[in-house]
Design a protein. Structure first.
Lengths: 375, 241
């Protein structure tokens, strides 16, 4: 078995044995790094631990999704990244700058921290646009804070509104816009300070599915065109699926799993991977072998299934599949059925393994996959 | 009393009332607006959290708010003399009127500012704005429709208070109504005064409502118009203490 021991996400530094898939991306420069990030809320003598030693590494130019249920600590996490909330312990580094060191002791943000914040864009679930200002004036607000001249402000604002496709709404008021349009304004505003990093706090959670898709597409485009690094938090798996290069799963203030989508797929028993690429399907008869094939990396570009069928002259049924193109690579899982028992299929399975695919034979291996447990 | 006798009296009274109310409103807004904002900022969880300062300001506002105006006027006499050099006349009445109205207006502003969405504050902070930016760019402009409605309420309340200013010889419509209408049985004049007061108050209220609503509507929302408040405006804010 090519399995590695599963890495508990909160272990730090990384266990050397886990580097096999990370090699692909290890050249990426970390833009956001948190280490040992802890946030404890105290109210009326009770302590609530929102973040419990979170280590996060977001590489330059990637879209990183943190997913978790409400109360898992996602919101605290993203607010600690630009120090809207002060972490109780741990450090936050954004673009090489240790923000926690800039924060100082008092509750108020000093000048240096405020300057650092102006280089981090943020979009919000409820858009947070000023109702008393026009769309253009809303986008100009961060530029006013940066002390730009009126001419420069309006030029930049119109340019950004054009970028998000709302050039014609510059003079409208937020209340006259739809939810999706409001979020576009929010995104334009977040980009006004030319940030390297965009934080997205459930940016699509208040939107309908159709609008969600268009907003995610916009974020993806901006990520590609501007080389913008995006850290987003969400409770919707679809968001991670459609735009994220990397993802982390949060539970009870901890990151339980994290990595690039292919890394996650390569991790046996990964909850995120099985949620992102759910495969199901029962075997049709007893004398069949059911195999889960996981595609990630180079092997995914080869037509392996038809090669297998031709080489060994066997009929293959596909029971279920979840394949997606993530970051230009096909990744996903497929559950196939081969005729005959496992003993009869050792050679074809060996062929698949040789192609560099991860193969899990249901009912044969030490049961690691969740689906395997059901059979 | 003939109309030609009444006319100059009423004219003078109207001007006196407007003069007193105008100046005291101006002072109340200038003093009450920062005070109201400060009450929100220093509160627990506020941007300038300072529990002690909040308690002290809150207590001063409460005491001043609950003081009957006629007593405040008498109690402030030495202060009034220090400021204006006299304790009688229009100028002297402005001092207690303004001081009575500042805490009143401050409480109304506090309520209005509290209603501003905390997310907007967070957004401005995330852009690198400081507390002053938050006040200037978010708290004041976003609460402006409510603050304007509060100003209307304050003006109406001040017209009510100004009637008592007659007791320090400040004139005004209330003074006319008491001295001529009540003490000299010039019932006709009293009713005319009442009518003028009613007209003035409704005009001010409508103008305030219109201003508040048009600001609101700029945002496309058709919120309910601020309700006409009665002269005795104490009930409107007592809950915010």
């Amino acid at each position: 078995m090519p399995y590695e021991t599963e890495l508990p996400a909160h272990d730090f530094p990384p266990v050397p044995g886990h580097t096999h898939a990370r090699v692909l991306d290890s050249d990426g420069i970390p833009v956001i790094t948190t280490s040992g990030l802890t946030k404890v809320y105290r109210s009326r003598g009770r302590e609530v631990i929102a973040l419990d030693g979170v280590d996060l590494h977001v590489r330059e130019g990637e879209v990183y999704g943190v997913i978790g249920q409400s109360g898992a600590g996602k919101s605290s996490l993203i607010r600690c990244v630009n120090l809207l909330e002060r972490p109780t312990a741990g450090t936050v580094t954004v673009a090489g700058q240790d923000l926690t060191a800039l924060a100082g002791r008092g509750p108020r943000a000093g000048k240096e921290l405020r300057q650092a914040r102006s280089r981090i864009g943020m979009v919000f679930q409820h858009f947070n646009l000023l109702s008393s200002r026009t769309v253009q004036d809303n986008v100009e607000l961060p530029l006013e804070i940066l002390g730009k001249s009126g001419q420069e402000r309006s030029r930049k604002a119109l340019e950004l509104l054009d970028l998000v496709g709302l050039a014609d709404k510059a003079k409208a008021y937020p209340a006259q816009l739809s939810g999706g349009q409001k979020q576009r304004v929010g995104i334009a505003r977040a980009l006004a300070g030319d940030p390297k990093v965009l934080l997205s706090d459930e940016a699509t959670s208040a939107l309908d599915p159709e609008t969600t898709r268009s907003i995610l597409q916009l974020l993806r485009d901006l990520n590609r065109q501007l080389g913008l690094t995006v850290l987003l938090i969400t409770h919707e798996m679809d968001v991670v699926k459609s735009i994220c290069d990397s993802a982390a799963l949060m539970e009870n203030g901890r990151i339980v799993e994290s990595g690039t989508v292919s890394e996650l797929l390569a991790t046996p028993g990964s909850e995120l991977a099985s949620a992102l690429f759910p495969v199901s399907g029962e075997t049709s008869a007893d004398d069949r072998t059911v195999v889960d094939v996981t595609f990630h990396g180079e092997a995914a570009t080869q037509p392996v299934i038809s090669q297998l069928s031709r080489t060994y002259n066997i009929d293959i049924s596909i029971l279920g599949a979840a394949i997606d193109t993530v970051g230009g690579l096909q990744v996903g899982r497929m559950r196939i059925e081969l005729p005959g028992r496992y003993e009869d299929n050792v050679v074809p399975i060996g062929f698949l393994r040789e192609q560099g695919l991860q193969i899990d034979v249901l009912g044969q291996e030490p049961v690691l996959l969740k689906e395997g447990a059901q059979l | 009393m003939t109309w030609s006798e009444m006319q100059p009296l009423l004219e003078q009274a109207c001007w006196d009332t407007l003069y007193m109310v105008g100046w005291s409103t101006l002072i109340a807004v200038v003093g009450g607006l920062p005070l109201g904002i400060l009450l929100v900022l220093t509160d627990r969880g506020g941007l300038l959290q300072n529990v002690l300062a909040n308690k002290v300001i809150g207590q001063i506002v409460n005491v001043a708010r609950s003081m009957p105006f006629i007593i405040l006027m008498v109690a402030l006499m030495s202060f009034t003399r220090w400021v204006t050099g006299t304790t009688i006349g229009r100028e002297a009445a402005i001092v207690p009127l303004a001081i009575g109205a500042i805490p009143f207006f401050a409480r109304l502003v506090e309520t209005a500012v509290r209603e501003v969405d905390g997310g907007l504050v967070e957004a401005v902070q995330s852009m690198g704005g400081n507390t002053w930016t938050v006040v200037r760019k978010v708290l004041v402009p976003e609460s402006l429709p409510s603050v304007i409605a509060s100003t209307t309420t304050t003006i109406v309340a001040l017209i009510g208070y100004s009637a008592m200013a007659g007791t320090v010889g400040a004139g005004g419509l209330g003074d006319i109504a008491i001295r001529y209408g009540f003490q000299r049985f010039e019932t006709e004049l009293m009713w005319i005064t009442v009518a003028i007061l009613a007209v003035v108050i409704s005009l001010i209220q409508s103008a305030g409502d219109y201003a508040a609503r048009s600001l609101h509507r700029r945002g496309g929302q058709s919120g309910p118009a601020p309700k006409l408040r009665l002269l005795k405006a104490s009930t409107a804010t007592s809950k915010t203490v």
